[in-house]
Ligand binder design. Structure first.
Ligand SMILES: NC(=O)c1ccc[n+]([C@@H]2O[C@H](COP(=O)([O-])OP(=O)(O)OC[C@H]3O[C@@H](n4cnc5c(N)ncnc54)[C@H](OP(=O)(O)O)[C@@H]3O)[C@@H](O)[C@H]2O)c1
Length: 384
């Protein structure tokens, strides 16, 4: 029998690649629901190709536009409740959470509460709600499998290893488009410059996060919750070629690394098929074609967002939720040219400074911290 899959964020970079993987493995998987924001044209062609029973979109106006394009057999829902419904309706075996931003948290919690397997691309979920997600996981039979390539690499390196053998995990970072840029060049950077990622093709928000290295900071917090590892045992190393996706160092000094072409379909397929590894049609990594693999330490002075994320992670409670929400607002303001590139870190730092950290053990406190930080960030932007 085929496994039923819900794909949340189906029109995005990860969502589209997830549907490619599902198409290639159509004897193993079927789509029961899709969720997206506003891209009605792409969503209606996905509905035609994959025949889901339920589709969720951002709001009622988008839902009306979609309904006029698809047949009545598809139920169209909207908003936050619609997104949650898409995560559980049709009893999916796997829920792929690939929406962008902290909107991934509630459908993830809902799916885990129903003991589903969640394949998680959306890193903001664990940044904002890692503590709560861990509680739900500990109290039920749901499973959380990473799609993010670095975390997939760590997960693969940890197969067959007891947790007390781990000395540290090493997250690799490409360094983004400004790896070798001066501080002045970075201050003057425009959205088009930040959106030029050297090795990965991704959605706009994560591409800007890669340029500030906030992406790596969010991944540090994500790794903390996924693998139950302390912040002192999580190291970031810049590896511009993005061939080693991450590493684990063990107590005996051995390092295990996972290597592959920079292609998100590989970790997506691993999460969907785990522990199987069916053959793929796409390009494989040829070691003989590689010139060199290089490594360097991150420059925390030019990339202060990485240090801010470590700080928020160590503070715990609602600090990471506030960091994440402020960053979402600042990235949006940068992309719409309301603030400069360097302002992203300054805005996030100002919000973190002003935030009163509380416990993040329930959804209300996370939602409240998220909303507070968004407002605080917009006020900072208005004062610029
Ligand atoms: N791209 C990568 O290679 C990559 C790698 C690792 C991790 N991730 C993580 O995966 C997540 C998705 O990244 P991405 O690059 O795929 O982003 P993306 O291309 O911007 O796609 C985001 C998706 O979320 C949907 N969405 C936005 N608002 C929504 C709402 N209110 N309700 C339902 N859906 C909504 C978008 O729909 P519309 O476009 O229809 O509005 C789109 O389908 C992020 O958390 C990112 O950090 C991405």
């Amino acid at each position: 029998m085929r496994q039923k899959v819900a794909v949340l964020g189906s029109t995005g970079s990860i969502g589209r690649q997830t549907l490619e993987v599902i198409s290639a493995l159509s004897d193993r998987f079927e789509v029961v629901s899709l969720a997206a924001g506003r891209n009605v044209d792409l969503l209606s062609s996905q509905i035609e190709a994959f025949r889901p029973r339920l589709v969720a979109v951002a709001d009622e106006e988008v839902a009306a536009r979609l309904k006029s394009k698809v047949d009545d057999a598809v139920r169209v829902v909207w908003g936050r409740d619609g997104l949650v419904e898409a995560a559980i309706a049709g009893d999916p075996d796997v829920v792929v959470v690939a929406v962008v931003g902290s909107s991934g948290l509630q459908p993830t919690l809902a799916a885990l509460a129903e003991n589903k397997t969640v394949a998680l691309a959306n890193k903001e979920t664990l940044v904002a709600g890692g503590e709560l997600v861990s509680q739900v996981l500990a109290g039920g039979r749901g499973r959380l499998l990473p799609i993010d390539s670095e975390h997939s690499a760590i997960w693969q390196c940890l197969q067959g290893e007891a947790s007390d053998r781990v000395a540290k995990v090493i997250l690799t970072a490409s360094g983004g488009p400004f790896r070798t840029a001066s501080k002045d060049e970075m201050e003057r950077a425009r959205p088009a410059d930040a959106l030029q990622h050297p090795t990965w093709s991704m959605g706009g928000k994560i591409t800007v996060d890669s340029a500030t290295m906030m992406n790596k900071g969010l991944e540090v917090i994500e790794a903390h919750w996924l693998f139950g590892i302390g912040y002192d045992q999580i190291q970031v190393i810049v590896h511009p070629q993005s061939i080693i996706h991450s590493m684990v160092e063990f107590q005996d000094g051995s390092l295990k690394a996972q290597l592959g072409a920079p292609d998100m379909r590989v970790p997506i397929q691993y999460a969907l098929c785990y522990p199987d590894r069916p053959p793929v049609a796409w390009k494989r990594l040829s070691l003989l074609d590689l010139a060199t693999l290089t490594f360097e330490p991150p420059d925390l002075e030019r990339f202060p967002c990485l240090a801010l994320a470590y700080r928020a992670g160590r503070e715990g409670g609602t600090a990471p939720a506030a960091l994440n929400a402020a960053n979402e607002v600042a990235v949006e303001a940068f992309l719409t040219e309301r603030i400069g590139f360097g302002d992203i870190a300054r805005c996030v730092e100002s919000v973190l400074e002003a935030h009163t950290v509380t416990s993040a053990e329930n959804l209300d406190s996370i939602v409240e911290a998220d909303a507070w930080a968004r407002q605080e960030a917009w006020e900072w932007i208005r004062r610029r």
